[in-house]
Design a protein around this ligand. Structure first.
Ligand SMILES: Cc1cc2nc3c(=O)[nH]c(=O)nc-3n(C[C@H](O)[C@H](O)[C@H](O)COP(=O)(O)OP(=O)(O)OC[C@H]3O[C@@H](n4cnc5c(N)ncnc54)[C@H](O)[C@@H]3O)c2cc1C
Length: 385
């Protein structure tokens, strides 16, 4: 059997891998193979809350988010088909303690061109009459925010990439990344080797399993995070804004079929979890805990019927920000991971940047050098094979 050869191998067919493949296929005349151990979107992408917004505190992540929001909104023209884009607007709330931080975040986002503005509690009452506001000092409002169907978005990106010539090898595990003469040479899979000039790791919380043998770990922590879905009561049937509620610690948004989906801003499970073997259900106590926080902002949700829930795994980086760029000391190897609970919203622009990095050596969609792996100062010299 002849040996498989690609210009670029993408490891992982979640939203970020499929976005990368789409951009590579669309912009460059390159042979691309995506290798995925499961099915398309079978990792954290299918479990995502998929809230799409520009409100990121890190300026580079905010730039990626801004480019991505526009991409999601213009999906039909750029990709074709649909990503299930549903506009909701996003409200971020702050009490006395974090009002200054929110004010600064809004000011920074405005300088980057984001449509976001500060609201007084009275303004918020007018915008969202169902919301309790007496505990708030301030809010921010981003009208262009919304949500997508994460599996559908991934599948349409993959379908378009396939149309443009990308090969997908699903059900194929990358066992290791091959390094020869101190640069990447391809991958070894359970179906044989594939040679390539460049390899892009978009393997979410599994990324370190591929990087540790190269002595280049990202230091990701895999943390379980849960989402619960509630039947919206009659008072909220028409829907509501999405909320990132700094005051209660909850993040929630309307969902399709008259539901409201909610989770916590930061997972409250400190222990590491195994992304191949974790409890995909809801932990005892989570439903009541999250519902109490949702009802603290939208009191009509206090007795909403719990419908279902699921858990996923955040790939948490050491400083809480995405890791995006080349793997130092292994030319030809690139990575995007560490997005924690916020990678879906960045995926279109991250894919564009990875495509540029892999083919041109630097990203032009957004200057992502500040998100590079070298900031983590964790890299040891890889052993040459
Ligand atoms: C509960 C939850 C809620 C979230 N909510 C939001 C939100 O509201 N907004 C937002 O922006 N983000 C959110 N996120 C984060 C977002 O979903 C992720 O950042 C994003 O889906 C990551 O995409 P990915 O393609 O990097 O990873 P994944 O979707 O995990 O894809 C990685 C793929 O790599 C494959 N893979 C791994 N190792 C190998 C290997 N060795 N060989 C072959 N294939 C391999 C896996 O099977 C997997 O399919 C949430 C995440 C979770 C868990």
């Amino acid at each position: 059997m002849s040996r498989l050869i690609a210009d670029v191998i993408v490891i992982g067919a979640g939203i970020i891998g499929c976005s990368t493949a789409f951009h590579l296929a669309r912009q460059k005349n390159v042979r691309v193979i995506v290798v995925e151990k499961g099915a398309l979107a079978s990792g954290m992408t299918k479990r995502s809350g998929a809230l799409i917004r520009a409100h990121y505190p890190h300026p580079v992540e905010a730039r990626l988010a801004l480019a991505s929001v526009n991409f999601f909104r213009a999906w039909k023209e750029i990709v074709g088909g649909t990503c299930g884009w549903t506009p909701t607007g996003l409200v971020i709330t702050a009490g006395e303690n974090d009002a200054a931080e929110l004010r600064a975040q809004v000011a920074q986002l405005q300088t980057l061109g984001a449509d976001t503005r500060l609201l007084t509690p009275a303004d918020l009452s007018e915008l969202e009459p169902a919301a309790r506001v007496d505990d708030l000092a301030l809010a921010a409002y981003e009208p262009a925010a919304g949500f997508v169907d994460p599996a559908l978005a991934t599948q349409t990106l993959a379908a378009r990439a396939k149309d443009l010539g990308v090969a997908f090898r699903t059900g194929t595990l990358v066992k290791n990344i091959r390094v020869q003469h101190n640069r990447v040479a391809g991958v070894e899979t359970n179906a044989g080797p594939i040679d390539a000039l460049a390899v892009v790791i978009t393997a979410g919380p599994w990324s370190d399993r591929l990087l540790k043998p190269l002595h280049a770990p990202l230091g990701l922590r895999a943390q379980r995070a849960e989402l619960a879905f509630f039947d919206r009561p009659a008072a909220l049937k028409a829907g509501h804004c999405a909320f990132e509620d700094w005051t209660t610690g909850a993040r929630f948004r309307p969902h399709t079929f008259g539901l409201t989906m909610g989770g916590l801003n930061a997972p409250d499970h400190e222990s590491e979890t195994n992304p191949d073997a974790f409890d995909e259900g809801i932990a005892p106590g989570f439903i009541a805990a999250v519902q109490a926080r949702l009802a603290a902002r939208l009191p009509a949700l206090a007795h909403a019927r719990y419908v279902r829930g699921h858990a996923g795994v955040y790939d948490q980086s050491a400083d809480g920000h995405a890791i995006l760029g080349h793997v130092p000391q292994i030319p030809g190897l690139y990575v995007a991971a560490g997005f924690s609970g916020a990678g879906l919203a960045l995926a279109p622009a991250v894919g564009a940047c990875l495509s540029e990095l892999a083919t041109e050596g630097e990203a032009s969609t957004v200057d992502v050098r500040a998100l590079g792996m070298d900031r983590l100062a964790m890299i040891a010299v890889p052993s040459a094979k």
